[in-house]
Write a new protein. Sequence first.
Length: 355
Amino acid sequence: MKLGIKIIILTTLISCSLIKKDDILLRTMNNDVNETKIFEDKTYDKNINTVRIHKFNDQLSDPIIFLRLKDSLKLSFDDFNDKYRKMYYRIIHCDSEWKRTDLNETEYLKGFSINEIYDYENSFNTKIKYRNYFLKIPNKEIEITKSGNYIIQIEDDNKIILEKKFYVAENKVNLRGNVSKVKLIEHRNTKQKINVEIDLMNLKVSDPFSEIKLVIKKNNSNIEKIENLKPLFIKDRTLIYDYEDESNFWGGNQFRYFNSSSTRYLSERIGNIIVDSITTFVVREDWPRQLENYLIYPDINGNFYIDCETCWNSNIESEYVNVKFKLNYSEKISYGSVYLIGNFTNWNINENFKL
């Protein structure tokens, strides 16, 4: 893990070179995408770490930009490979199920479909050497002309390195939502109800029950999400989603967190720092909280950000460190295992983060 990354742990809560046009066209022909594949946030190369995509200059934002506005996203990642690798990116338009649509790339992009990532910097004065690649979307090479779900695919000369989701939105409807107490008495103290109304305004829709697809995510997590909801009824071109149970989320607890932005002192929740060839942060022991009183304190809802207190440029001067976690729970767990989870794991259950 990278020194300076503030990580919130989920419990139960809610340099430049020229590339010829012919080379790009050849790469496009040799990289046809399987139209039945369901895309997800995924890293395929073990040398790639700290993959981020967010609005420019806002690390904690969701990867959403609006069409025809001057919004932009920043994709960044670190490469541990000793040798410099040329990296290329490709943008793929997806449907609501995250499968590639049948649109031709010229129908949603202006520019070449595959381009090189020109911006990168080598790490400076770090124990573990890495190369930080970064990319602005859109940019002078490519412009997105259609709203929808998108995958950005990164590859070197031989294989796909990673895939990351992002969204391009348009204000075609008026979406209203709020959180309220659940209607069922037995869940009133443990769940929260999401009420949604969609005003179609002037959007032409033949069958709103099949054409409008609503997905509700908690903290932009793919694990805790509600989908396939149909409107209960329609009132004056407004779709009403007012379910008793189907749109409820478990309330859960606040996220656990730690701050590793400095090796000079023990920040809150850091019990020890072991300085060696690779520095180790020992997080204070945790315990189950389901029987304790609910505590409210600021968190960033499973997200993380890069910050190094003693660095001029945290993106290339932050150290990668080992982090040790411990959960004080002596009883045998018969129904599964315990994992760390959050945006730093792509919201996936990963054996690398098993306690």
